[in-house]
Write a new protein. Structure first.
Length: 299
């Protein structure tokens, strides 16, 4: 049964990395509004480390999406659905806005489901209330609107809790270095090998640490430290925190960097520099520019 002050809230935002970062301020606002509520977050396993130590979240409910495809998926889906039906939150908030996420919220047997007005794939039919948002708004703004619909008060000071990260074994954090994240899921967003090498050469003799996931081979200059495919998410966060400066293409790690530092250059090729959600955002668009008076105190 829905209550004015929910005792339990389900956050449905399984992916992606950047979008989860954008959702953190909204969940923080919900925690401030309902300090005694049990807040559970549905999230993909690969992104769950981002919630490590997050005092705004009581429980993590893993959504093993990669295991739920192909042959034998039903054998894993049914047990997962059984656990999901036991959640029974007073309120489920669908920050993802897709049919899959709406069905997750419905499967939780939530007393009420709220979502975004521009959610897709028929997901809006599952919502009791919809936060009025526009596609032109940054994702942080959109998600804050959903938190406000649920009763949160969004003031000037936003919180965006990011873990401190894990040190990388056998990597010396001194002398100072520049962190370069040149890869994105879309190949057209990634930097070419030649550009990566030119960046490293331009900053010599300062160390340039290259991180990310790629099968590409880089002819790295002597000042380049090649850590491609060698860092966990938490190790990457640590590198972002201790780097003297970060250069990144439009990607999840770029959004993490925007949340924790202003020493960031974001390189956009074709993606929007002002939008969020399914599009991209530059460093600090939401947390440092659009609501600058709030955002400079957010993270």
């Amino acid at each position: 049964m829905e209550t004015e002050s929910p005792n339990s809230i389900l956050i449905v935002k399984p992916s992606s990395l950047g979008d989860i970062v954008h959702t953190l301020p909204a969940v923080a606002a919900l925690r401030d509004a309902y300090p005694r509520a049990e807040i559970t977050w549905v999230i993909n396993p690969e992104w769950a480390p981002l919630l490590r130590g997050n005092q705004d979240v009581n429980h993590v409910h893993l959504f093993p999406r990669r295991e739920l495809g192909g042959l034998g998926a039903s054998d894993k889906l049914l047990p997962w659905l059984k656990k999901t039906r036991l959640l029974k939150p007073d309120l489920a908030l669908d920050f993802q806005g897709l049919l899959r996420s709406a069905l997750i919220a419905k499967s939780s047997k939530a007393a009420a489901i709220y979502g975004l007005s521009d959610s897709r794939e028929g997901s809006r039919w599952f919502y009791k209330k919809r936060a009025k948002v526009k596609r032109t708004q940054h994702a942080v703004e959109r998600y804050l609107a959903l938190a406000e619909l649920a009763g949160a008060s969004v003031g000037d000071a936003l919180r965006c809790p990011i873990p401190s990260g894990d040190p990388l074994p056998r990597f010396e954090e001194y002398p100072p270095f520049i962190l370069l994240h040149p890869f994105a899921r879309g190949e057209s967003k990634s930097l070419s090998s030649g550009v990566i090498e030119e960046i490293c050469t331009a900053f010599a003799p300062t160390r340039v640490v290259v991180v990310g996931k790629s099968q590409r081979k880089i002819n790295a200059p002597d000042n380049c430290v090649e850590l491609t495919n060698q860092t966990s998410l938490l190790q990457l966060i640590r590198l972002i925190r201790v780097a003297s400066f970060i250069i990144s293409v439009d990607s999840g790690p770029m959004h993490i960097a925007a949340a924790v530092t202003d020493k960031l250059l974001s390189i956009h090729t074709w993606s929007s520099q002002r939008a969020g959600g399914d599009q991209a955002s530059p460093p600090g668009t939401a947390l440092q520019n659009q609501r600058r008076s709030r955002a400079r105190r957010a993270c």
